[in-house]
Design a protein around this ligand. Sequence first.
Ligand SMILES: [Zn+2]
Ligand SMILES: [Zn+2]
Length: 324
Amino acid sequence: MLSIFYVNYFFLCYTIANRLNDYVLNCIFIITIMIYLKNPKERNIHFTSYKLEPGANMILTDYHVHTKFSGDSNAKFDDIISSAVSLGLKEICITDHQDYDFYADGVLFELNADEYFNTLCEISKQYASVLTIKKGIETGLEPVHAMKLHQLITSYPFDFVIGSSHLINGYDPYYPAYFEGKTDEQAFTEYFESIITNLEHCNDFDVYGHIDYVVRYCPNKNKNYSYEKFHGILDTILAKLIDMGKGIEINTSGYRSGLNAPNPCPEIVKRYRELGGEIITIGSDAHSAKDIGYRFSDAENILKACGFRYYTKFENRKPVFIKI
Ligand SMILES: [Zn+2]
Ligand SMILES: [Zn+2]
């Protein structure tokens, strides 16, 4: 669909060209339309260019799942898979953590990439008859590690990569130290600014993870937070993601963290759609089997209310759209 801006622009060009009966202006008008029609960046995704699948009145894929390969999870593959199958899911994507130079509470957030990837290949074959298991990863984005992340992501044929902000100037908002000496507004702004910096340096990901993760761990939770309060910087992030051809996720772990909302909040999901974004995965961010598919019916309601017709899964880093 043409945006209001372009409709007005074309109409203005057409009016001027006709009034002046100017051959050159008429040509400029026609060329402008041709350039516009050839430039898909200015418009929503052409769904005809992508693989589409029918839906089933429920979200069928969990695209943010941690296992024992993550420093902060002990979840066994068997338990994760049983849980997904019992919920009627058709597909999960394992997305274990890779954060460079991050050691906290005796936990190192670095993967043995060879062992991890080979295990995902084995598991996906072993359980192929009951559940599709995609090979993913959740990387902690930081400009200083952009080159290492690029090497890692291009060394293995992952299906899907989440890029997340976990460390901001050396601090993870998961720990109270991040919030010390800051107002909530300062803490949130610093986090969102770090996303913009990451986007200027990192491109090796498919969706940005839990965009307002910082709110989850704020001592005041989302008492001093709303999309409206931070709309300028959030719009900049969303527009940049859309321009880069990247998606976002609805991460339902926010519901488990006392927010009564997913990450990001529904207003950000709505704004991403309004700005032309179409690529959106649904993930529980489960670190144990019991949290697989957590509150996916709420995520589905949010998607519908925000105007999405499809949610997304990935194959070989390419989006596949599933009808809601
Ligand atoms: Zn994360
Ligand atoms: Zn995660």
